[in-house]
Design a protein around this ligand. Structure first.
Ligand code: NAD
Length: 494
């Protein structure tokens, strides 16, 4: 990276162009791998939000009058541009988030393109129903909502932006997107790609900033819907803020999900899944299975394999293609996760491995300036411990042992969250029986954290409202109009 790139400026993207915006309030965006400055982020002000809403409204009126096939073509072209720029955008994501480049290439940018392809292909098929009513008939029209706002978390910036924009735009809406203040870069790349693909200016605007900007979007009378990916407390604030105007809301929030491993499970596969469920993207994944329930009979064998394989994870420079675990998003977040590790130790859990700040990476390079933490495994945990109740959002796995199926279902459900759940067993009946009783929206049998665009994604209980991905997303970006058409005379008593 040269000095010019280091002096990047993250501005607003309004009406088809990068714009400095009206505010001089700014902050430095740091690379989590070494805490060097990447550039300066400019907080949007009221005037910027007004400009974004005005331009999105204009774009909405053009866009909603296009056919589904025309809209779909723009989405498909946008996906093509993302795939063509895969390496450049993946590197930006890795510098912004601290995740390994192997992940940004294979998952982040690719899954954003998947969403655009899926909803681009679907756009022409979105339709209503015909209902025969004898001397009359009825039909329904799924109509767009208008200008929607997307508000993103920092762990999967471009994926989150695309998971919201693709269905919103396919349905004929316009979108104003606010990335997390910690990851301002790749939403701008998505905005550029939409414009190059032929979207009208304003169809996808980006405003930068912190929660204050999110609150402005939530309260704006000409924004029809808010879709948040973020924490439970932010979800509650947005729901309260949207209540005044009865604005539509989709919330993709946090979790403390269970992964249950029965004694008949394939242990190497279950260990692979437990690692995927806790250490991918440094453990900063909402659906992570951070409470790993292992049936007593196989606990020892499971732990031997888990410890051995976890200690081999290659931590280091996220831009190195051989790296398997990068750096946590910020110093503050590293400290927060470290406090949870202290809390686990203080509450009597055994730290089997990890939980320390490494000085060297797997190639012997000094990494003390970055936000690195070795993947931690706690054993001898108790359901009531803080590390087993609260979302840590870092590489911290807690092992809980259990005896019976009935017991583990009750314990797994004993949480206010309900985002995800996983079950490992070779008994097909037990797999389904247990999954059907778990209070979670996104579940896996004999795998974990696989989120194909074709399946709905979202949470039960306090983990969210609504669904992203799949056909299910369409109903969250449309409103249904019923039309009754009379073919006879009006029957009137008057
Ligand atoms: P966060 O809630 O702090 O912030 C999320 C976004 O909301 C940011 O863009 C932030 O600026 C904005 N925001 C903050 N206060 C706001 C307010 N009052 N009004 C409107 N917007 C506001 O979350 P985070 O730290 O960025 O991300 C981590 C959280 O996100 C974790 O809880 C994680 O589980 C969750 N998450 C959920 C999913 C999912 O799909 N369910 C995916 C990724 C992350």
């Amino acid at each position: 990276m040269d000095n010019n790139e280091k002096r990047m400026v993250y501005t607003q993207f309004i009406d088809g162009a990068l714009t400095a915006g009206s505010n001089r309030e700014s902050w430095i965006n740091y690379n989590p791998a070494d805490n060097t400055p990447l550039g300066e982020v400019y907080q949007a002000k009221d005037e910027d939000i007004e400009a974004a809403v005005n331009s999105s409204e204009k774009a909405f009126h053009i866009w909603r009058n296009k056919t589904g096939a025309e809209r779909g073509r723009v989405l498909l072209k946008t996906a093509e541009i993302l795939r063509y720029r895969l390496e450049q955008i993946a590197l930006l994501e890795t510098q912004d988030v601290g995740k390994p480049i192997s992940e940004s290439l294979a998952v982040d940018v690719s899954s954003a393109a998947d969403a655009l392809e899926y909803f681009g292909g679907m756009a022409a098929t979105i339709h209503g129903d015909y209902v025969d009513l004898k001397n009359a008939f009825g039909y329904t029209r799924p109509e767009p909502l208008g200008v929607c706002a997307g508000i993103g978390a920092w762990n999967y910036p471009i994926q989150i932006a695309a998971w919201k924009a693709a269905p919103a735009l396919a349905c004929g809406n316009a979108m104003i997107f606010k990335p997390s203040e910690l990851t301002p870069a790749t939403a701008l790349e998505l905005a550029k790609a939409f414009m190059e693909a032929g979207a009208p200016p304003g169809l996808f605007n980006v405003v930068q900033g912190d929660g204050r900007v999110g609150a402005m979007l939530t309260g704006h009378p000409r924004i029809a819907k808010i879709s948040l990916t973020g924490s439970v407390p932010t979800g509650k604030k947005i729901l309260a803020g949207a209540a005044n105007q009865l604005k539509k809301v989709t919330l993709e929030l946090g979790g403390k999900s269970p992964l249950i491993v029965f004694e008949d499970a394939d242990i190497p596969n279950a260990v692979s899944a437990a690692m995927l469920a806790n250490f991918y993207t440094q453990g900063e994944v909402c659906s992570n299975g951070t409470r790993v329930f292992v049936q007593q009979q196989i606990l020892d064998a499971f732990l031997v394999q888990l410890k051995e394989r976890t200690e081999k994870i290659r931590i280091g420079d996220p831009a190195d293609p051989d790296t398997q675990m990068g750096a946590l998003i910020s110093k503050a977040h590293l400290e927060k996760v470290s406090r949870f590790i202290d809390s686990g130790k203080a509450s009597g859990a055994t730290l089997l491995t990890g939980g320390i700040r490494p000085e060297k990476d797997f190639k012997g390079r000094d990494i003390t300036s970055g936000n690195f933490l070795t993947p931690a495994i706690f054993t001898n945990c108790d359901d009531s411990m803080e590390i087993c109740r609260e979302e840590i959002f870092g590489p911290v796995l807690s092992i809980l042992s259990f005896d019976s199926e009935e017991e583990v279902i009750a314990r797994a459900n004993n949480t206010e969250f309900g985002l995800s759940a996983g079950v490992f067993t070779n008994d097909i009946k037990r797999g389904h029986r247990v999954i059907h009783q778990l209070q979670a929206g996104t579940c896996w049998i004999n795998n974990y954290n696989i989120t194909p665009i074709e399946l709905p994604f979202g949470g039960y209980k306090q983990s969210g409202l609504g669904r992203e991905n799949s056909l299910a997303a369409i109903q969250h970006y449309t409103q249904l109009k019923s039309v009754y058409v009379e073919l006879g005379n009006v029957e009137s008593p008057y």
